[in-house]
Design a protein around this ligand. Structure first.
Ligand code: FAD
Length: 511
């Protein structure tokens, strides 16, 4: 007689929770995903205002090419090839307000030629950077997550690249950028909100883009989330929206289910949290399953910033402009009492026809800040002042755009401002962080443990167990968690079909 499917409860319907749900359903589990918000997706989202769609997440999707890094793994989870990808010619154009500019092309050869032309004084450093991009473009990341023969082979292939990886992982982008004499080039590395991140992150990103394996999916992050949600439901998974988990229920150090904020109890054989890491450990589990190393990491490791986003619906065709435009300002923009920005970046979404009516363009401006507390306090304590501040920032951003595109102000028919308070409200992420832990030198992309000390039948997935975050971390941590659970339950990990019991595996009592 076939055994009844075991029930897994997943907290959070972001990319990590959804991917975990698909893998677990494929392995024969019965899955319930509990999502606090009215829509799935978490940070991978967009919103629509008066005919314009404003994307917050997707710049690039690692794995857009079927045979590139992560391509195969994404295709286990959903039909990626139904999406339409755009590979941007220009990654980013950097401009100063006094008329100088530098273009970072996605193609590494073109980028090299442009940078050498613009900054011949930095030729040696430019060549070192582009050579690293070429050599590290196709790391066998999928295979490091695979079963042992393939994993061993991937590790062997990695060995010759280890010195280069170590070199770039050991310094921050800011440290690296100081080597450049050209001020635009130097500022590109040293002034971004993620300048403390290991420089390897930039090398890898450019490598994936150059290999045309990090395209933008038309429809933005929502097109990806919708496709995974559909697959999850088609496999029989249950997604419950507006279901906020307050407590993870534990009996004799075994996670046995969750309690929702309305008091409902849902029992399960396994509990997996794809929600914010800090809230999971310190609130939902009341800090009972942690150790000094976990506390120290949460106390000291830098996280990606939170952000304000000014979104503009512009009744104008901006298709002649770069899709990603950074403006270095003559006078810094004051964001909040602790934050002023020398550079602001605009995304001009003429490359996504689904985001605005014909002849019009959705434009967003991302404004990073670590001062999430200021925005949260202001929203709670003084709603009027909060609105005034949002309007001030919107006017300042429009003024910057007007200097670049004279007359654009008159064409703006929608203005929308979100703040770190919005990020925290809609996703529950600690400090309103856009991507979890920053992969600083020393920490890099090394995954954190998915288990907590002393707690059985429990796993964590998503950006809080994989420094560096991003959509790929949702996929990779999901796959690793479900594989580990299958091993504990003696179920074969079979993403291509329903799971079956595998009696050859050693029996262990608890996960
Ligand atoms: C501006 C910006 C640009 C980005 N650009 C890119 C990019 O180009 N490429 C890329 O790959 N990545 C990008 N990212 C990063 C990427 O969006 C995130 O790292 C990723 O979506 C995180 O997924 P997650 O599932 O781990 O977490 P989340 O998306 O935070 O999902 C967690 C989910 O859990 C839910 N939840 C929280 N608490 C509870 C609770 N108590 N009960 C029930 N549900 C709960 C939340 O509502 C949320 O839906 C970007 C992010 C931002 C903000």
């Amino acid at each position: 007689m076939p055994e009844p499917a075991r029930h897994i409860v997943i907290i959070g319907g972001g990319i990590a929770g959804l991917c975990t749900g698909v893998y677990a359903q494929l392995c024969g589990y019965q899955v319930t995903i509990l999502e606090q918000h009215a829509i799935p997706g978490g940070l991978a989202t967009s919103w629509t205002r008066n005919g314009y769609t404003f994307e917050t997440c997707l710049h690039w999707f690692l794995g857009s090419a079927p045979d590139g890094t992560l391509g195969r793994q994404w295709r286990e989870v959903f039909d990626v090839d139904k999406l339409r990808f755009v590979d941007a010619e220009v990654y980013q154009r950097v401009e100063t307000e006094d008329g100088r500019s530098l273009t970072f092309y996605s193609d590494v050869d073109r980028m090299e030629a442009e940078l050498l032309h613009a900054a011949p004084e930095d030729a040696e450093e430019i060549m070192e950077f582009t050579s690293a991009i070429r050599r590290l473009a196709n790391l066998p990341m999928d295979d490091l997550n695979a079963a042992w023969p393939r994993r061993t082979w991937a590790m062997l292939r990695l060995i010759p690249k280890l010195p280069l990886l170590t070199q770039w992982a050991g310094m921050s982008a800011a440290e690296y950028g100081k080597r450049f004499r050209n001020d635009l080039l130097r500022r590109f590395f040293t002034e971004s909100a993620t300048a403390d991140m290991a420089a390897i992150a930039l090398v890898l990103m450019f490598g994936w883009m150059s290999a045309r394996n990090a395209g933008y999916a038309v429809g933005g992050a929502k097109s990806i989330i919708d496709a995974i949600t559909q697959r999850f439901r088609a496999l029989g998974g249950k997604l419950r929206l507006m279901a906020k988990v307050e407590t993870i229920l534990v009996e004799d150090d075994v996670a046995v289910g969750v309690r929702l904020s309305d008091g409902e109890i849902i029992r399960a054989d396994w509990v997996i949290s794809g929600a914010d890491g800090h809230a999971t450990i310190y609130d939902m589990l009341e800090g009972r399953y942690r150790n000094a190393a976990i506390d120290a990491f949460y106390d000291s490791q830098k996280v990606f910033p939170s952000y304000l986003q000014v979104s503009l619906g512009v009744a104008r065709d901006l298709s002649q402009e770069p899709g990603f435009l950074a403006r270095t300002l003559a006078k810094p923009l004051e964001i909040d009492p602790e934050t002023s920005l020398d550079t602001v970046a605009f995304r001009i979404f003429h490359f996504d026809p689904t985001f605005a009516p014909a002849g019009k363009t959705a434009v967003t401006c991302f404004l990073p800040t670590w001062n999430y507390a200021y925005w949260q306090d202001l929203q709670r304590k003084d709603a009027t002042a909060y609105e005034v501040e949002k309007r001030r920032i919107a006017s300042a951003v429009i003024e910057i755009l007007e200097r670049r595109l004279p007359g654009v102000r008159e064409a703006i028919e929608v203005t929308d401002v979100s703040t770190p308070a919005s990020v925290m409200h809609f996703t529950g992420n600690w400090k309103g962080s856009m991507e979890g832990f920053l992969p600083t030198p020393g920490v890099g992309f090394r995954p954190r443990r998915q288990t907590l000390p002393g707690l059985h039948r429990f796993r964590m997935v998503g950006q809080w167990v994989q420094p560096g975050g991003g959509l790929p971390c949702g996929l990779m941590t999901a796959r690793a968690a479900v594989r580990a659970i299958c091993r504990r339950d003696h179920v074969a990990f079979l993403p291509d079909g329903p799971g079956r019991r595998d009696e050859s595996m050693p029996r262990e009592l608890f996960g």
